[in-house]
Write a protein that binds this ligand. Structure first.
Ligand code: PAF
Length: 290
């Protein structure tokens, strides 16, 4: 009873610089069992589900909020990215998080980061060619944050399916002692995948957006009679029927190698992923087909 009481009123520290973070970190009694949720803020229930999982599995949970400039290949996208850290902290307060780390750019990049990462070719399709440098930027910030936070586990949402696969790859490749925990996509009641970018949609675009997931669900039916290529085409045609939506790509890939498949028997697990514009907002989603 006593323990539960103290757990609930445990204080959440907000660290706004690296030295503030280091002071807060020193006060944690079990540094070997830290759960970490890296985010770019504008938190929603998808993030909160990661935080709750970490809190339930870890002695301490640390959340970072940092809009990482090196993973944006479009300046406008970086400038428009939603930012409201105060609101984020209110949302985190009831979750049992120990430290919210909101670093400044100079805390993460005291000097220019020129590191180029081996991503094992997992960036060859999907977001890779459409956002050159994006995953290398993700690798830069995630490794930097791991070096600072030294977590035992880190939690990532499967809405960014390719990101989770790439992070798992370089973490293993570089021998980071961190377990990557993929967490299922959290959706709105109408099926739209929760995303910080959803707040940028106009009300008409917001009404149109669930058409993406509805179509992905149809793909699971279409695969019974069509090849992967035909299914990808049908998905694109169906999404584009809505005048407010415009698909950038639809691909059907081996969920392990992330290479496109031409037959359903080619892989044990198969994922369909897509990017769709509700201009200027760009939404991504995916579904497991097999
Ligand atoms: O998924 C995100 O929000 C970001 O790519 C991440 C992992 C926090 C790195 O900036």
């Amino acid at each position: 009873m006593q323990k539960i009481f103290f757990e609930t009123i445990r204080k959440m520290i907000i660290a706004k610089t690296l030295s503030e973070f280091e002071a807060a970190y020193r006060s944690l009694p079990r540094k070997s069992d830290i759960g970490f949720v890296p985010t770019m803020g504008a938190l929603h229930q998808g993030h909160i589900s990661l935080v709750k999982k970490s809190v339930s599995e870890s002695s301490h949970t640390i959340v970072s909020i940092f809009v990482n400039p090196t993973q944006f290949n479009n300046r406008q996208d970086l400038e428009n990215y939603p930012r409201h850290p105060e609101q984020d902290c209110v949302l985190l307060k009831e979750t049992g998080v120990d430290i919210v780390f909101i670093p400044r750019t100079e805390d993460i990049y005291p000097e220019e980061d020129n590191r180029i990462f081996d991503l094992g070719g997992l960036d060859r399709y999907g977001e890779g060619p459409r956002r050159p440098g994006h995953f290398n930027g993700v690798a830069q910030v995630v490794t930097r944050l791991f070096d600072i936070v030294k977590p035992a586990r880190a939690y990532f949402g499967e809405k960014d399916f390719q990101q989770v696969a790439i992070i798992s790859y370089f973490v293993k490749n570089l021998n980071y002692p961190v377990r990557i925990v993929p967490c299922p996509i959290v959706r709105e009641e109408d099926g739209l995948a929760k995303s910080s970018r959803n707040t940028l949609l106009t009300s008409r675009q917001r009404e149109a957006a669930p058409h993406i997931y509805k179509t992905l669900c149809l793909a699971a039916e279409w695969m019974k009679e069509s090849t992967p290529q035909q299914v990808a085409e049908k998905v694109k045609t169906e999404i584009d029927k809505n005048p407010l939506l415009e698909t950038e790509y639809v691909e059907i890939v081996n969920a392990e190698t992330l290479q496109p498949v031409s037959g359903w028997d080619e892989a044990r697990h198969i994922r369909l992923w897509c990017a769709v514009y509700a201009r200027p907002v760009r939404l991504i989603d995916n579904i497991q087909l097999k």
